[in-house]
Design a protein around this ligand. Sequence first.
Ligand SMILES: *Cc1c(COP(=O)(O)O)cnc(C)c1O
Length: 300
Amino acid sequence: MSAEHPDVSSDMPPLKIDPARSSTLLQNISSIHTRISSTCKSHNISKVPRLVAVSKLKPATDILALHQPSADQPSPPPPQLHFGENYVQELLEKSKLLPQSIKWHFIGGLQSNKCAQLAKNVHSLWAVESVDSAKKAQLLDKGRGQRNEELKKEQDGNGAADAEEMLRVFVQVNTSGEESKSGVEPKSEDLVNLCKTIREECSNLKLQGLMTIGAIARSKATTPETENEDFVNLRENRDWVAKELGVDSEELELSMGMSEDFESAIRQGSDEVRVGSTIFGERPPKSEAKVLENTEDGKK
Ligand SMILES: *Cc1c(COP(=O)(O)O)cnc(C)c1O
């Protein structure tokens, strides 16, 4: 295997999961599952949205505890497949340490100079959700193409085919118009052009849908009676983009809803919610975050 695709299992350190921590995490995620399904039920939503567990700044053992739930639990939830990360370096490390059955989502601020690395070197990268320029899309496309070439070469030796999967991307829309948030302007030419570029010029990418973060103030002001403007806005943008592209609205997903507001997002038709702190607890400052917690060099 090349240096860029090291064999995951061979240098996998023993990850020790603390049983008490594991139990807490499994209870937390179970309660999110319950809240998601009861929201769907009471609003006659038949397609339950995907849950991405946002594990940024949390140790690899936390992820493993949810991905391979201990059978000692009274009623363990199903293995969690989708995890979201915000930092390229951290995601690279985690994807090397953890099973390839995990489906990774990159949801953080995307820098052009990290796109190739992300698309090429992260094992089992399922989606990049924060695409906001044609340049970044093209760099991701190129990186993914190079990865596919390499995988093909490796597999030719073994006679295996497969794996030429397209990388799913979401276009991030700045629905709240806040300067601090990235994303393209709603209902803009930039938005349609970016979506067209991805569909027409990036053969290694699949336009999966649109993503928004939204304003904290709006999520705090949301009640069951007053819907969150950001989510209404993203849905309208999705319908508008679909029309411009001449595709069915259902072909484009909505990635919206976080710990504070995922139920409101589901009521607005979210296909994917990204929940972090309600599952994993508060995050440490970035300078104190450790991928490996219980090993010698990972000690706090
Ligand atoms: C951190 C983050 C989340 C999760 O936020 P919580 O409030 O902890 O649930 C979701 N989406 C994005 C883009 C994030 O950066």
